[in-house]
Design a protein around this ligand. Structure first.
Ligand SMILES: [Zn+2]
Length: 270
């Protein structure tokens, strides 16, 4: 599943190819995404200039002067730069064409979305409730400490709640908790102030590191038929249940927490 670093890498990969350019055509081959894509999207957008591509959480915001196209990649979506005349594949549902090049949206499972709004996207129902960006200064130790007060839910579940902070998906929650030496099932309300600082720093580091690594795969967003840059991560716990902890050598424990695979070291994480 594309997580925040993949979405940010997608944004950085696409932006130089289309920002400041006029949308010349829009091919809508299948409207059946998570919510139907409005059938007159081409009429709304063709002839208008794409100003910027921004990101909020895992939403890409394609900002035009008269509105914003909100795009979410869902479980299996991707966007890449292709020649506009190239033949579409089976799951290539939408092309946004900017002259010779197009941004092609591919989504085999169709859990993504593409929604046009002429209102302030920050007030959109999908975005208004979102917590701070994890790499922004507003996500800090004091914020996380205060938000966690009185909460009995598992620390990992708390971190993955997008109302608390956006973009800390399952992989990064597992990794950050291991690096911070915090048990994923610890009650969020038991987080100490010093540990809140450690955890916030580790979350920022794992996400920033993943984005930096993604930056080396930007060329994968242009041309070719392969999957775009979902980069190999250097992971300490995720996907390593039963294997030795890289810090102490003890076999890692794997358990479902809120239906999500959770891997941790009972010796290093308390
Ligand atoms: Zn360990």
């Amino acid at each position: 599943m594309p997580e925040l670093p993949e979405v940010e890498t997608t944004r950085r990969g696409l932006a130089p190819h289309c920002e400041g350019r006029s949308l010349t055509a829009l091919q809508l081959r299948d409207t059946r995404l998570r919510w139907p894509v409005q059938s007159d999207l081409a009429e709304q957008l063709c002839g208008h200039t794409l100003q910027t591509i921004d990101r909020r959480g895992k939403y890409l915001l394609f900002r035009f002067e008269h509105g914003t196209l909100l795009v979410h990649l869902g479980m299996s979506g991707s966007m890449r730069v292709m020649p506009s005349h190239s033949a579409p594949g089976k799951h290539d549902h939408v092309d946004l064409c900017f002259g010779e090049q197009c941004l092609r949206y591919n989504d085999p499972r169709r859990f993504g979305c593409m929604l046009w709004t002429q209102d302030d996207p920050a007030k959109h129902a999908l975005i208004a409730h979102l917590g701070p960006e994890p790499l922004h200064d507003t996500f800090n130790a004091e914020y996380l400490f205060q938000k966690s007060r009185g909460r009995s839910q598992a620390l990992k579940t708390f971190l993955m709640d997008s109302r608390i902070v956006v973009g800390v998906g399952n992989i990064y929650a597992n990794e950050a908790l291991h690096r911070a030496g915090l048990h994923p099932l610890k009650a969020a309300g038991k987080l100490s102030r010093p540990k809140s600082e450690v955890l916030v720093n580790e979350i920022k580091q794992v996400l920033d590191h993943a984005i930096q690594r993604g930056g080396t795969t930007l060329r994968d967003f242009v041309g070719g038929d392969g999957k775009p840059g979902y980069f190999a991560q250097e992971l300490f716990v995720y996907g390593r249940g039963g294997e030795p902890c890289k810090q102490c050598g003890k076999p890692l424990t794997e358990k479902a927490v809120a239906q999500r695979t959770t891997v941790y070291c009972t010796a290093c994480q308390r």
